[in-house]
Design a protein around this ligand. Structure first.
Ligand code: ATP
Ligand code: MG
Length: 691
């Protein structure tokens, strides 16, 4: 019936695994996101690297294309420059175009402006006199000879009527004088048309910039632009710093779009080609892949969180169940302890049986009751237990086993207990009751109660009653006998007086017996509750008792031996005096004249600092045998059966009751024919001790 409980507090127990679970979840989440981040970043890097490569190749091609275009234009210019110096106005540019020397597919118009700025020669017909002296591409050559090809910003050609980039070179006479300017107009669309072949997306940019920051040709998506200014662009800054080619990404100074750029400066001209890829367009694949990865990571995270939550709930539920079980076990254990405490405190013993009539529990009081030790009863069958019990019964016991008890119970429909007498060590009487149960674990309970004392008391009561009746009948018989004689016979006055004396003494004896019986009954019934306890000096009480005692006529007063100091006890003075006088009267009754009676009072130290007060009453009378001493306290017992000394045999019983109700004890030392010493022992108290 013992349960083991795993100790621990539920919440604290769960905190650690839950912490570990969520820590692991957090680590997994961090790993997943870190991995996805790495993948995304890697994909972006790869995408950008490949775009950079493509952009660089593209720019290289654009550069080559532009360079070749300008070189061929310059070649035409140099040719016309030389011819014009040779033949002047006779130079037929239209014929040269027709011959294919001038490529009209690339060049809008080819012509010569004279020193005054008048457009004098052209491969196209000139309508009237065209003055171009205010044009920048003319003016740059008038004052000085840079020896360089001038590439103008896109302007609307006055001769061609088209948007053109004007390429001009100064014509010098042999003496170095300014003779005019050769001009070749290039359609800026020629560059952008070339770009049409290349796909850079709707926001991709391809441009040919002058180092003055003005675009000679520019195309965004399918839109062509001329003359766009990008003076603060990173490209110009970088070229100024000597970086002839570079890749970078930033927001465009023109339209603010974030692009990856690559530029190359043309080696021979103050021009550069620039290509840019819209980063959004460029990274569209990467972004799609990244989105898929983010989604996967998000789904994984949700799954992990859901899993951790489910696990947490599961653990909590398990823990709750565990806690409930622990609480239930604790409750069972407490009940168990209570029952064990009840069983061990109860003077009764219990044996319970399971449904197969095997013993499941034996209360701890059972073995002491049977005066046996170390017997394992659990699991023993009902028959074996009945046989064991029978072995310990007095021979000839009426006990027929538990099964028989049960059968008898069923037959009589009552729960009448059975009495059994247990033999050695010491005879004891046990009362056995059997209770059957409907419970699933206990089929029946056997209840043992020791009733030895009750049985003895019953026995003593009836014995006492018959003794008392006998003791009263004897004097009664004398009284009625002598009264009858007195009534029926004529007696002498002496005889009458003698008979009346006898009747009187018998009546006195009966009255004594009745008084003492009443005294005893009162003391027993009240168990000292009507005693008037007070703190008193026993020496003083002994003196008073002796003073009130009238010794027989021929005897002297007892010899007193009292201590100098007071001896304090808690006592009812009247009752204690009654006890002292009873013992004192015995000492005189059972000794002869001339034999001394002594009273000695003393303080006796005891163990643990306690002291007791002793009163010894000694006589030198008839004394008693040890067997007689043993019975002195029995009611109506009289050792001296000579009949010479009157008495009831109740005095010492009263003495014993009174002294024991005072928490004391009585001892008798006696030697037959030599005398007796009766001693009272009472606990001593301090004078100031509270009652
Ligand atoms: P009573 O009831 O009148 O006192 P009792 O003296 O006979 O009658 P107890 O005082 O109870 O009865 O004593 C019981 C018996 O013990 C006495 O009858 C006597 O035989 C014996 N006894 C008691 N005291 C002494 C004693 N001091 N010396 C010898 N025998 C004694
Ligand atoms: Mg007496």
């Amino acid at each position: 019936m013992k349960f083991s409980i795993t100790s621990g507090h539920g919440d604290a127990q769960l905190r650690r695994p839950l912490l570990m679970l969520w820590l692991a979840t957090a680590v997994l989440l961090a790993l997943a996101w870190w991995h996805v981040l790495a993948l995304v970043s890697d994909s972006r890097t790869k995408e950008l690297a490949s775009a950079e490569r493509d952009l660089a190749n593209l720019t290289r091609v654009s550069q080559e294309h532009a360079d070749r275009t300008f070189r061929s234009a310059d070649q035409v210019i140099r040719f016309i420059q030389a011819r014009y110096l040779e033949i002047g106005d006779r130079l037929d540019l239209a014929a040269l175009s027709a011959q294919g020397v001038i490529d009209t597919e690339i060049f809008n118009q080819v012509g010569v402006i004279d020193a005054q700025g008048i457009y004098v020669l052209s491969n196209l017909p000139i309508k009237g006199k065209l003055d171009l002296s205010d044009r920048e591409h003319f003016k740059v050559h008038v004052t000085a000879d840079s020896g360089e090809l001038f590439v103008s910003k896109p302007v609307l050609g006055r001769a061609s009527g088209k948007w053109s980039v004007q390429l001009t070179r100064r014509i010098n006479r042999a003496n170095g004088d300014f003779a005019g300017v050769v001009v070749v107009s290039i359609d800026p669309g020629y560059f952008t048309r070339f770009y049409n072949e290349l796909q850079l997306g709707s926001k991709g940019v391809m441009a040919l910039y002058g180092l003055d920051g003005v675009a000679r040709a520019r195309k965004i998506g399918s839109k062509e632009e001329f003359g766009t200014e990008a003076t603060n662009s990173q490209m110009l800054t970088r070229i100024a710093q000597g970086q002839l080619t570079a890749t970078y990404s930033n927001a465009s100074v023109v339209d603010g779009i974030e692009r990856l750029y690559h530029y190359r400066k043309l080696p021979h001209y103050r021009l550069a080609v620039l290509n840019g890829l819209d980063l959004q367009y460029l990274l569209v694949n990467h972004q799609r892949a990244a989105q898929a990865l983010w989604l996967q990571a998000a789904i994984l995270s949700l799954l992990l969180l859901a899993l951790a939550t489910v696990l947490t709930r599961y653990l909590q539920r398990i823990n709750q169940n565990l806690l409930a079980r622990q609480a239930a076990q604790r409750l069972i254990e407490e009940r168990n302890e209570q029952l064990t405490a009840i069983f061990s405190m109860s003077p009764d013993a219990f044996v319970s049986f399971d449904t197969t009539h095997r013993i499941t529990y034996v209360s701890p009081t059972f073995l002491p009751m049977m005066a046996r030790a170390n017997i394992q009863f659990e699991g023993m069958s009902e028959q074996d237990f009945s046989a064991w019990l029978l072995q310990h019964c007095e021979p000839g016991s009426s006990f027929a086993g538990i099964a028989a008890m049960r059968a008898q119970m069923a037959q009589e429909q009552s729960e009448r207990p059975t009495l059994i007498e247990i033999a050695n060590p010491g005879k004891r009487i046990l009362q056995l009751s059997l209770r059957t149960s409907e419970s699933s674990a206990v089929s029946q309970l056997l209840h043992f109660r020791e009733v030895t004392r009750e049985t003895e008391i019953d026995h003593m009561k009836s014995e006492f009653l018959s003794t008392a009746a006998h003791e009263l009948r004897t004097p009664m018989a004398s009284i009625s006998g002598f009264t009858e004689v007195l009534m029926t016979q004529q007696l002498t006055p002496e005889e009458t007086s003698e008979f009346l004396n006898i009747i009187h003494s018998r009546a006195q004896l009966m009255s004594n017996i009745l008084n003492e019986l009443l005294d005893l009954a009162r003391i027993e019934a009240r168990r000292g509750k009507d005693f008037q306890y007070a703190r008193l000096d026993l020496a003083e009480l002994v003196k008073q008792s002796v003073a009130s005692f009238i010794p027989p006529v021929d005897r002297g007063l007892p010899e007193l031996q009292l201590p100098a100091q007071a001896l304090w006890v808690m006592a009812d003075p009247q009752k204690l005096q009654q006890a002292i006088l009873n013992v004192l009267s015995n000492a005189y009754k059972y000794s002869a004249a001339g034999q001394a009676v002594k009273l000695k009072l003393a303080l006796e130290p005891q163990a643990e600092g306690l002291t007791r007060v002793c009163l010894h009453v000694t006589d030198e009378g008839i004394g008693m045998t040890p067997a007689q001493v043993e019975r002195v306290f029995e009611r109506f017992y009289r050792a001296d059966t000579s009949g010479k000394v009157p008495g009831t045999g109740l005095g010492m019983s009263i003495v014993k009751e009174i002294i024991s109700l005072h928490g004391g004890s009585v001892a008798i030392q006696s030697e037959f024919g030599r005398g007796t010493c009766v001693s009272f022992y009472l606990p001593a108290i301090d004078k100031d001790e509270a009652p």
